[in-house]
Design a protein around this ligand. Structure first.
Ligand SMILES: NC(=O)C1=CN([C@@H]2O[C@H](COP(=O)(O)OP(=O)(O)OC[C@H]3O[C@@H](n4cnc5c(N)ncnc54)[C@H](OP(=O)(O)O)[C@@H]3O)[C@@H](O)[C@H]2O)C=CC1
Ligand SMILES: Nc1nc(=O)c2c([nH]1)NC[C@@H]1CN(c3ccc(C(=O)N[C@@H](CCC(=O)O)C(=O)O)cc3)C=[N+]21
Length: 297
């Protein structure tokens, strides 16, 4: 293996420590505690794990955590009413509705009901538009975490060729916007892309956000390129044990890449740290305080 491992877990811990310090100052000097509300509809076990871990890290950063659990068959009306209540609650600076939602709920409607300034996921159409036009917005946590790791490793990304595999609204598209904002030449690949291997081979930066275990092999990677693996896939390996793998085949990619993020311990921890960063940013904006430095794009 030759690649440098980009240690998302360590970078996230450092980010959370900086956030905790600023939260403490905010509480001491202004008497204000940033608050994050997380809404979970249903009982998806993976979602429950994420929500628990978000709540724990929110409290560890000195913030208030509000958890709202709704039955899997909760009505859209009830969910929208809850969101409106949280929009009006001055103790809540950030609102996250865990996705995916059960099929009977209109995801776009639900997201667009969140007040844009409290939309710490950055999924509201206003935030998507602001990001796309280079204006101040709430930036989606996973792509923001990826950008922070890329900047930590490279400094400037200007002029680099970046390929994002995946075009979802929550990862692929905002990731491409952020890379463009940092002056990369960006290609977005997806399930209809022809000759994906050749497209990926051109990239100095590969961001894989597909949801297919170990899909990207090392021989697609340009020697020395940086690989950011967003995928979180649970597989049962040859020995019968369940483990977490990314969208990239770690061993073969690490043999060729210049740098790579591991799964677990890469993008995942950065996502949660960026959620806390967005909550602090939202709290400062809501109160007219100066924005904390280095927490957003
Ligand atoms: N670490 C973290 O914090 C997070 C991790 N994730 C993980 O990231 C992964 C992607 O998530 P998400 O964006 O929500 O997933 P989606 O399922 O919404 O999107 C997957 C994308 O991959 C594309 N795709 C599927 N198959 C192929 C293929 N064979 N070749 C090329 N492209 C393909 C799809 O193309 P098309 O549009 O044509 O269908 C689609 O654009 C998942 O593993 C998810 O668990 C997600 C969020 C946060
Ligand atoms: N509204 C909304 N916003 C999200 O940001 C959101 C969402 N819905 N739905 C689900 C996805 C997924 N996601 C992850 C967050 C952290 C880890 C994470 O911390 N992973 C650990 C491993 C955790 C484990 O062991 O399962 C790691 O990669 O090291 C993973 C995945 C956020 N998402």
């Amino acid at each position: 293996m030759s690649a440098t491992i980009i240690d998302g877990k360590a970078i996230a811990a450092e980010l959370r420590a900086r956030i905790a310090k600023q939260v403490e100052t905010l509480k001491r000097d202004q008497g204000i505690t940033p608050g994050l509300a997380v809404v979970l509809v249903g009982e998806d076990p993976a979602s429950q794990i994420y929500v628990r871990s978000k709540g724990k890290q929110t409290v560890e950063a000195g913030m208030q955590s509000f958890e709202h659990k709704l039955d899997p068959d909760a009505s859209e009306e009830d969910l929208l009413a809850l969101i409106r209540r949280l929009n009006d609650d001055p103790a809540v600076h950030g609102i996250l509705v865990q996705l995916p939602l059960p099929n009977h709920l209109d995801e776009d409607l639900v997201i667009n009901t969140i007040a844009p300034e409290k939309d710490v996921d950055g999924f509201h159409i206003s935030n998507v538009g602001l990001l796309g036009t280079g204006q101040k917005s709430m930036v989606p946590c996973t792509p923001l975490g990826c950008l922070m790791m890329l900047r930590a490793h490279h400094g400037s990304l200007s002029g680099m060729d970046a390929v994002v595999i995946g075009r979802s609204n929550i990862v692929g598209k905002p990731m491409a916007q952020l890379l463009l904002g940092d002056s990369c030449t960006v290609t977005i690949a997806h399930s209809r892309t022809k000759d994906l291997a050749d497209v990926v081979r051109r990239a100095d930066i590969v961001v894989a956000a597909v949801g297919r275990p170990q899909m990207v092999p090392g021989d697609w990677i340009k020697p020395g390129a940086t690989v950011i693996d967003v995928g979180i896939n649970r597989i049962v390996d040859d020995t019968g044990t369940t483990r977490l793998v990314g969208d990239c085949d770690f061993d073969t990619c690490a043999a060729i890449a210049g740098a790579i993020t591991p799964v677990p311990g890469g993008v995942g921890p950065m996502t949660i740290a960026c959620l806390l960063a967005n909550t602090l940013t939202a709290c400062c904006r809501a109160n007219g305080f100066p924005e904390p430095e280095g927490l957003t794009a």
